[in-house]
Design a protein around this ligand. Structure first.
Ligand code: SAH
Length: 229
């Protein structure tokens, strides 16, 4: 069932694609220290990360580091994107909900690994920018929503996988409700100032089974007062 990754991102004609080939290979070797899943590594190799960080050089864009993208947000570190994607155990058939679109980089990686991705970003400017880039690189199985991730997307639930790339201070109940039976929720939980842990929850017979995947550091998942949707 696994789909051909390259089939989704139509970039083979692009000069940038050829120019950044070596940098991509180097980056994938770095990520492969922590990530084994071959499909995840192939997706990281395929996504043109430099498109998501336009003000940086190719070298900076393909370094295994998070980078600022404005509005207090960061594009995630490729190794972290790889680890989270691997933790989602994707085979290409899943519908994913992502909270915290940011640059859209992780969204693009997920779009190559799953059937469909809905992603929610609270900052309209970031959502707009991500939507444009994802469309430019022909990511067609992605829907970018401006909204509050705490609420999820009830009208599109249930989701086979939910991944959160900002840190809530507690597990959002709405997201648990929107997770399908047998589904996985990967989320960094904890306040910014103290320890955040990456948690994976599996929904089995309606109950959550929790696993601790280690220490992480994400921007906080904000509580919005404004009705953004
Ligand atoms: N994975 C992204 C990085 C996300 S940074 C990437 O690769 O680029 C975290 C993002 O979560 C930020 O863009 C921030 O604006 C967003 N965010 C924070 N709180 C949110 C909320 N309540 N709902 C939706 N998005 C939120």
């Amino acid at each position: 069932m696994a789909r051909d990754l390259r089939g989704n991102l139509d970039m083979t004609d692009s000069d940038d694609f050829m120019q950044t080939m070596e940098l991509r290979e180097h980056l994938v070797r770095e990520v492969a220290r922590e990530v084994e899943d071959g499909r995840v590594l192939a997706a990281l190799r395929a996504v043109p990360r430099h498109r998501f960080v336009p003000e940086h050089t190719f070298d900076a864009a393909y370094t295994d580091r998070p980078l600022p993208i404005g509005f207090g947000a960061t594009i995630s570190q490729p190794t972290v994107v790889g680890m989270m994607s691997e933790a989602l155990e994707l085979d290409g058939t899943e519908r994913i909900l992502e909270i915290g679109t940011g640059s859209g980089y992780q969204t693009a990686v997920l779009s190559l690994l799953a059937a469909e991705v809905d992603t929610i970003e609270v900052i309209p400017e970031l959502a707009g920018r991500a939507r444009k880039i994802l469309s430019d690189i022909h990511c067609r199985n992605v829907h970018v929503h401006v909204g509050d991730g705490w609420k999820g997307l009830p009208e599109r639930a249930p989701f086979d996988r939910i991944v959160v790339t900002a840190a809530p201070d507690h597990l959002p109940e709405e997201l648990v409700d929107e997770l399908a039976e047998g589904g996985l929720l990967v989320v960094p939980v904890g306040p910014q100032t103290r320890d955040q842990r990456l948690e994976r929850h599996r929904k089995l017979r309606g109950e959550l089974v929790r696993e601790d995947l280690g220490a992480v550091r994400f921007v906080p998942m904000v509580h919005t007062r404004a009705h953004v949707r």
